[in-house]
Design a protein around this ligand. Sequence first.
Ligand SMILES: Nc1ncnc2c1ncn2[C@@H]1O[C@H](COP(=O)(O)OP(=O)(O)OP(=O)(O)O)[C@@H](O)[C@H]1O
Ligand SMILES: O=C(O)c1ccc[n+]([C@@H]2O[C@H](COP(=O)([O-])O)[C@@H](O)[C@H]2O)c1
Length: 220
Amino acid sequence: MGQHDMVTSPVNGPAGGPDRARISTAKRRLGVMGGTFDPIHHGHLVAASEVAAQFHLDEVVFVPTGQPWQKTDRRVSPAEDRYLMTVIATAENPQFSVSRIDIDRGGPTYTTDTLRDLHALNPDTDLFFITGADALGQILTWRYTEELFSLAHFIGVTRPGHHLIDPGLPEGGVSLVEVPALAISSTDCRARVAAGDPVWYLVPDGVVRYIDKRELYRGE
Ligand SMILES: Nc1ncnc2c1ncn2[C@@H]1O[C@H](COP(=O)(O)OP(=O)(O)OP(=O)(O)O)[C@@H](O)[C@H]1O
Ligand SMILES: O=C(O)c1ccc[n+]([C@@H]2O[C@H](COP(=O)([O-])O)[C@@H](O)[C@H]2O)c1
């Protein structure tokens, strides 16, 4: 049996007969939480945790963007800072992991590349790409969408201030899911730090300390 195979509950045979264990070849279910994470905040973490529970995911991998090509109108923190904040934020949850694939690939980050690489690294795995309502609304502007939608099932999650609607993905390609509403954004966190306001409890404690130590977002 391969490492990803799972044994389902045994199916009982006829009364008095032998039990027969039914072996399923169910694929591993990997959630993918892509984001710029500048900084990562509790809105991201709650969305990933809730989707993992609702969709019976085995794991959620957080994938910080390398170069978020649609965010050229703003300063984006170095990838290593965003990566380390993501590692700190997810470290205590054994179901969460972080991947450097988008950072190490170099160049602009396209989710089609992300999902292709994750398939190569994780055979026999179904991918579930998690997006907030705002990102889902923009998905038809992403690159290589003709391949994108065949690589994963997309899960759009509610986000305060944004309407959650299917932007017209191929039939069965997207699920819309309600998650606990946290009106937190990275933009607001950066603005608060720049203004000298606290971000305690908006981001994990370790991320507050990292922002402070690295003097991120000051003077922005
Ligand atoms: N509070 C939230 N609730 C649900 N989903 C969220 C929330 N914040 C972000 N997301 C989703 O998480 C993913 C990554 O988001 P991102 O890293 O760009 O954070 P952000 O808060 O939207 O950042 P910024 O304010 O800098 O644009 C996107 O799919 C986004 O829609
Ligand atoms: O593939 C694309 O062209 C594309 C364009 C914009 C955003 N994305 C992905 O969407 C996720 C959220 O991005 P962002 O910019 O809202 O942090 C992240 O994984 C990005 O790589 C992907």
